[in-house]
Ligand binder design. Structure first.
Ligand code: C2E
Ligand code: CA
Ligand code: CA
Length: 584
């Protein structure tokens, strides 16, 4: 990730400008994010009192950390440091047209609590601060490059720098990249052939680290470097960009050569000390050799990320659409706060039916984003993004509140009560906040706990989820295991987590229905659910054939387009009224 991307991500995670900026550079001088936040929070306080844009304080600290003005007794260093500081402030002020105070940038005084509340409410930080942050990054990158170029030219000797000095790490890293870039530029310039950028990383590297320890993780990375050394020829350049991300740049005539290269490399890396190593590869084939190096690298990165989400292949070539998905991400990140404040998120309800009774027995709450210009945006387009940046919490809290007030409304209007289930993103299961939020909602709406059911997606992790699920269960909530059969370890999770009910995934049912063997498995899952005293519901039921089969094997509860699509709350309410009227 570039400094800019890192800063953007942090800003969207609600860190303030100095934290986002300082955090974006932290890795460069060997600081972990947590420590970086602690440091930048301190000068965040100063920022609030003094009113100077936090980007300035953060940038000066970054310059200090990377260049290293650590000895106040050294006059020469002090003069150099002062010069750099002044240079930054001058350039920043020029590029910002003189706006160096928060008040100039945000139009509000951040030292006043009421104005700060207004800033939050209007989402001003996300609107106004990225500009100042990006300008700071551009200036800093140029200044640092100039500084290190100067050091290289003056032939500064690495031995002169104390062992373990952060400077040494930074210096080595910069040298490594310069070397790599120079080689690639030469290749781009001189080669008559096509050029391909291959970027890859280790699938679930974090899990390897967690399971086998970080030392083992480091060994895996060293092993990959060794294999690259063995596999790459003279004109095939490689580098370890960061952590588990690697890149190879090479010439080729036919694209198949790139695939052959990758497949061969993959066969030499796929296992280390009996642990399976899975890599995913993104490839960018250079069309315009004049394009900026960073852009080529970014395109290979986009393809790599897409390969990560693709279950059919681990090698993907860059396509223009990836750029669209990047625009989509940006759109979502820039508009999500306004969507909350302007109530653009809406709760839709999809009825759940009993086949035997042919009656509604409950509903699932599903979020919809009604954007004034873009129209309806469906959850699959924005949930994965807001799960990454943590914003899902706000959206879920909103939908949970809507679901609770709907339950209350049904009670007040004398309708028979049905449970409404809400989706609980896995993000909530990392902290204790969600239990409190749910309990408060139940209390403030005066509703019965049994009427709010929680859907938790089946997933390969993890003990933390099981623990949280036990807590929710102890609090008296009903837990539904969502998407059963879409992952790998469903049965295992049933053992570890106290679910009350399982929801069979749409794909699972479809897959199982095409063969007699599949039907047998489906039958046994139904049997197992019965024996374990678990409720069972089939999702995504679209055809009469599916309904008949499910009924014949003893699965009575269903949800799907065959019965009804998700609908606005008002429409669902009317449907309930109609049903009650008919049943009497
Ligand atoms: P999910 O929880 O598995 O929800 C079921 C999805 O299947 C819904 O998609 C629903 O509209 C769709 N569906 C229902 N019946 C049929 C059918 O017969 N055929 C087909 N093809 N689809 C059917 P939706 O609403 O687009 O939501 C997609 C996913 O987004 C949900 O999958 C859930 O994981 C997530 N999601 C939706 N709303 C929320 C929310 O408020 N909070 C959280 N955390 N996640 C949500
Ligand atoms: Ca669900
Ligand atoms: Ca589901």
């Amino acid at each position: 990730m570039t400094h800019r991307e890192k800063a953007e991500k942090l800003l969207h995670q609600q860190y303030h400008c100095s934290q986002a900026l300082f955090g974006a550079f932290a890795e460069d001088f060997g600081l972990d994010l947590k420590t970086a936040f602690k440091i930048s929070t301190c000068f965040g306080g100063g920022m609030r009192q003094g009113g100077t844009c936090g980007c300035i304080t953060a940038s000066l600290l970054i310059l200090g950390m990377t260049i290293g003005f650590y000895d106040s007794q050294d006059r020469e260093q002090e003069v150099y440091g002062n010069k750099k500081t002044e240079e930054f402030i001058r350039l920043f002020s020029e590029r910002m047209n003189g706006a160096v105070n928060c008040r100039d940038i945000l139009g509000k005084d951040i030292s006043k609590p009421n104005e700060m509340a207004e800033i939050r409410k209007q989402g001003l930080i996300l609107h106004k601060c990225p500009g100042a942050i990006n300008i700071s990054i551009e200036i800093l990158e140029d200044m640092l490059l100039e500084h290190f170029n100067g050091m290289i030219e003056s032939n500064l000797n690495l031995e002169d720098i104390p062992e373990n000095d952060e400077m040494q790490t930074v210096f080595k890293t910069i040298q490594k990249f310069r070397h790599f870039r120079r080689n690639v530029n030469n290749l781009l310039f001189s080669s008559k052939k096509e050029i391909g950028f291959i970027q890859f990383d280790v699938r679930k590297f974090k899990i390897i680290n967690d399971l086998y320890g970080e030392r083992f993780g480091d060994q895996v990375l060293e092993f990959i470097m060794k294999q690259l050394e063995k596999n790459c020829l003279d004109e095939q350049f490689f580098v370890n960009l960061r952590s588990d991300v690697f890149m190879v740049v090479m010439e080729y005539d036919e694209e198949q050569e790139l695939v052959d290269f990758i497949e061969h490399l993959d066969s030499t890396i796929n296992c280390y000390k009996d642990v399976k190593i899975q890599l995913c590869y993104g490839v960018y084939t250079v069309e315009d050799k004049e394009m900026e190096f960073r852009q080529m690298e970014d395109r290979a990165a986009m393809a790599r990320k897409a390969a990560k989400n693709n279950i059919l292949t681990n090698i993907l070539f860059y396509k223009e659409q990836f750029k669209d998905s990047l625009y989509n991400r940006k759109f979502i990140e820039e508009n999500m706060q306004t969507a909350i404040t302007e109530k653009q998120f809406m709760m839709y309800l999809q009825p759940k039916y009993s086949i035997a009774k042919n009656e509604i027995i409950g509903a699932e709450a599903l979020v919809r984003w009604q954007h004034p210009e873009r129209g309806m945006i469906f959850p699959n387009q924005f949930i994965p993004i807001i799960e990454e940046n943590g914003f899902i919490k706000k959206v879920d809290y909103y939908i949970w509140a809507e679901a609770c007030s709907f339950i209350k409304k049904c009670q007040q209007k004398g309708l028979r009560s049905f449970p409404i289930s809400v989706n609980v993103s896995r993000i909530h299961l990392r902290d204790n906040e969600c239990i409190q939020v749910l309990s408060d909602l139940i209390k403030s709406n005066g509703i019965n706990k049994e009427l709010l059911e929680l859907e938790i997606t089946e997933s390969a992790d993890d003990q933390q989820i099981s623990r949280k699920a036990y807590q929710l269960k102890e609090e008296g909530f009903t837990l539904l295991m969502d998407d059963f059969g879409s992952g790998y370890s469903s049965l295992n999770i049933l053992l570890e987590t106290p679910f009350d009910m399982i929801k069979l995934d749409k794909k699972f049912i479809e897959n199982m229905m095409v063969s007699s063997k599949g039907r047998l498995i489906l039958e046994h899952v139904v049997l197992m659910a019965n024996q374990l005293d678990l409720g069972l519901l089939a999702e995504g039921v679209e055809t009469k054939e599916q309904v008949d089969l499910l009924q014949s094997i003893g699965c009575d509860q269903v949800q799907g387009y065959y019965y009804a699509k998700p609908m606005p709350e008002k429409q669902f309410f009317e449907l309930l009224q109609k049903q009650q009227h008919e049943i009497g």
